[in-house]
Design a protein. Structure first.
Length: 397
């Protein structure tokens, strides 16, 4: 049985979900307040197809991320979007990081990720300028043009009879026994089902629909640099540090950009003063007050204040940012970094201060709300879309 479905959010998760629903014969309408696709998280990430390495076996991130590494590559190849599977190194630069690196190896194997531990000499076959005491080689990691993926998805949705309404903000949601009515700045849309993929504003959309989410979106900004052209030869593919197991961010890393576009460096992770706050000067009082009113933010700060101060210092000091990168590639010159864009991660947080570590959904009759879809959601987007479509199909039986 097919339905009419409204999907809020024209990032990669919303578009992938709408695409899958349209493939199954549903009448789909995608609504987004921005005037182009992939304006926020999707359009400002590092362009990496993740392998599924980092995530707890059995979690949605592990299962959907590992499958997504394959399906995203296939989709890009089938639709003429630039993609390259270049592999990556996760490098331990100190002996005390070796247990975490070995645990990553075990976790990767459990998730079906092609990965193997290598010696420093083997690591330098892949990355001649890297410094490490050991490394993990991951073959299935790649890079892709995610904006290109979103443009392809948008085209396929409209070709299947769907509609994409850009520049259209949701102002109200009313759910009845047989339908959901979405009020927008351009009129009302009534549909059988409603999917919330609004990313940075997903918890607000959920509240607008009458839910009381168990989580709050807390924005974290990730700032990037690019290596200067004369330094780009120092990185052949992707070089990542061993992540801090107590923190859900991967640390600043070096990533080759698709299409010969140079090398990205970053991102860091600092609390953003606006949900769309791409600089320190971007301040939204409503966003700050909502974050400050959430008890979990203060509990997180009490546990990780040293890490937080370190991230702020690295944000404000290019010298400190470069020092982190030099742990991976010591030869980077003093003037090797050029500031570029930033992204903002929509991180769901519980009241007790725990950062939600997996993809997270809340449900209501005729509604599914995607309330945590940070990395590797772009990689896993097609798989997330299939999962949501399957769930709608089951609920309609």
């Amino acid at each position: 049985m097919t339905s009419s479905v409204v999907v809020v959010g024209a990032g990669i998760v919303g578009l992938a979900t709408a695409y899958e629903l349209a493939l199954r014969g549903n009448r789909v309408t995608v609504v987004d307040k921005e005037r182009r696709l992939a304006e926020h998280q999707t359009g400002n990430n590092s362009g990496v197809i993740h392998s599924g390495l980092y995530y707890a076996p059995g979690s949605l991130k592990a299962t959907l991320g590992t499958a997504g590494a394959q399906s995203m590559r296939r989709f890009a190849e089938e639709h003429g979007v630039a993609v390259e599977i270049c592999g990556k190194l996760v490098v331990a630069t100190r002996a005390e990081q070796l247990p975490t690196l070995e645990e990553l190896h075990r976790r990767g194997l459990a998730n079906g990720v092609p990965c193997r531990l290598v010696t420093p000499e083997e690591a330098r076959v892949y990355e001649p300028h890297v410094a490490c005491v050991a490394a993990l080689r991951v073959e299935s990691t790649g890079i892709v043009d995610y904006r290109g993926i979103c443009e392809a998805l948008g085209r396929l949705i409209t070709e299947a009879g769907g509609e994409i309404m850009l520049g259209t903000e949701v102002t109200g949601i009313s759910a009845g026994s047989g339908s959901v009515t979405v009020s927008t700045t351009t009129g009302e849309i009534t549909a059988d089902e409603f999917i919330n993929c609004a990313g940075l504003h997903s918890d607000r959309i959920a509240r607008l629909a009458g839910l009381t989410p168990e989580v709050r979106i807390i924005p974290f900004r990730g700032e990037y640099f690019e290596l200067t052209p004369d330094q780009s030869h120092l990185v052949r593919g992707l070089i990542y540090p061993v992540p801090d197991p107590s923190f859900p961010f991967l640390g600043v890393h070096l990533t080759k950009m698709i299409g010969g576009g140079g090398v990205h460096a970053g991102p860091n992770a600092v609390f953003a003063l606006a949900r769309e706050g791409y600089t320190w000067l971007s301040i939204n009082p409503r966003d700050v007050l909502e974050s400050a009113a959430w008890p979990g933010l203060w509990k997180l700060g009490a546990r990780f204040w040293k890490v937080g101060l370190s991230e702020v210092a690295r944000s404000l000091s290019q010298k400190k940012f470069l020092a982190s990168l030099r742990e991976l590639v010591p030869e980077l010159a003093d003037d090797s970094l050029v500031p570029t864009h930033a992204g903002v991660r929509a991180q769901a947080m519980r009241r007790n201060g725990d950062l939600v570590d997996d993809f997270y959904f809340e449900r209501a009759p005729r509604q599914i709300h995607v309330l945590n879809a940070p990395s590797p959601a772009a990689t896993a987007a097609l798989e997330i879309g299939r999962r949501i479509a399957d769930e709608l199909k089951e609920s309609n039986r």
